[in-house]
Write a protein that binds this ligand. Structure first.
Ligand SMILES: CC(C)(COP(=O)(O)OP(=O)(O)OC[C@H]1O[C@@H](n2cnc3c(N)ncnc32)[C@H](O)[C@@H]1OP(=O)(O)O)[C@@H](O)C(=O)NCCC(=O)NCCS
Length: 179
C-alpha cells in the first residue's frame, strides 16, 4: 500500500467529512479534540481547517487559534487525518495540540505512525517547540503510538470522561521538539 501525505485542501473536505462520519462510535469517542460540537459541525470545521492549511486563514481572523491539517491518501482516497491546533496567544503559541485519526479498515498498517511523524516535521516548520495532546487511558493503540513517537505522559486527568456510566482517566501527553 502506497501512502501519500499532503496538506488538507478545500476539495478534500467532503471526503474527509465522510471518513469522520463513518467512524465507529468508539473511534469517534476517542477522536473528539477537533473544535466542533459533534459531526454536524465537522464540515464547517473542516472548511476552516482546509482554508488555514492552505494559508487562507485571513478569511477567518476571529478564531483564537490556527489549524493545520494533513491528510494521508491511498491513491486519491483519504484514509487518515492529522491536525495541529496552534493558539494565537503569545504565551501559548509555541505549544501545538495534535489530533489524529485513521479511517476504519486502514488501521494497523502504519498510517497513524506516518501521520505522527509528518506532523512532527510540520510542527517544527511552524516553529512549535512542543506538541501536546489528550488521550483516553483506555485508548491503548493511540497511547502505544504516541509513546513510540517520543511523547511522554505528563499528567493524568482523573475521572475526566464518562463512558457508559464509567468514569475514565485521560492522559495528558507531550513531546518537546528538539532543534
Ligand atoms: C490511534 C490511531 C490513529 C492509530 O492509527 P494506525 O494507523 O492504526 O496506527 P499504526 O498502524 O501506525 O500503529 C501504531 C501502533 O499501534 C499498533 N496497533 C495498531 N492497530 C492495532 C490493533 N488493532 N491492535 C493492537 N495494536 C495495534 C501497531 O502495531 C503499532 O505498533 P507497532 O509500531 O509496535 O507495530 C487509530 O487507531 C485511530 O484512528 N483510532 C481512532 C481515533 C483515535 O483514537 N485517535 C487518537 C485520539 S488521541
Amino acid at each position: 500500500m502506497k501512502i501519500k501525505m499532503r496538506a488538507l485542501r478545500l476539495r478534500d473536505v467532503y471526503q474527509t467529512y465522510c471518513m469522520l462520519r463513518d467512524l465507529s462510535k468508539e473511534a469517534r469517542r476517542h477522536f473528539r479534540a477537533l473544535p466542533t460540537k459533534g459531526l454536524r459541525n465537522s464540515i464547517k470545521t473542516l472548511i476552516s481547517l482546509a482554508l488555514m492549511s492552505t494559508g487562507l486563514d485571513r478569511c477567518i481572523p476571529l478564531l483564537p487559534y490556527t489549524l493545520y491539517g494533513l491528510v494521508a491518501l491511498e491513491e486519491e482516497k483519504i484514509v487518515g487525518l492529522a491536525y495541529l491546533l496552534v493558539p494565537k496567544s503569545k504565551s501559548k503559541a509555541h505549544n501545538a495540540t495534535l489530533g489524529i485519526v485513521v479511517s476504519e479498515g486502514y488501521r494497523g498498517k502504519g498510517i497513524g505512525t506516518l501521520l505522527t511523524r509528518a506532523i512532527k516535521v510540520y510542527a517544527r516548520a511552524l516553529g512549535s517547540s512542543k506538541i501536546s495532546l489528550e488521550v483516553d487511558s483506555d485508548n491503548e493503540i493511540a497511547i502505544k503510538l504516541y509513546l513510540k513517537q517520543g511523547f511522554k505522559i505528563e499528567g493524568i486527568l482523573k475521572c475526566e470522561e464518562r463512558v457508559n456510566d464509567k468514569l475514565i482517566d485521560v492522559y495528558r501527553m507531550g513531546l518537546l521538539l528538539q532543534y
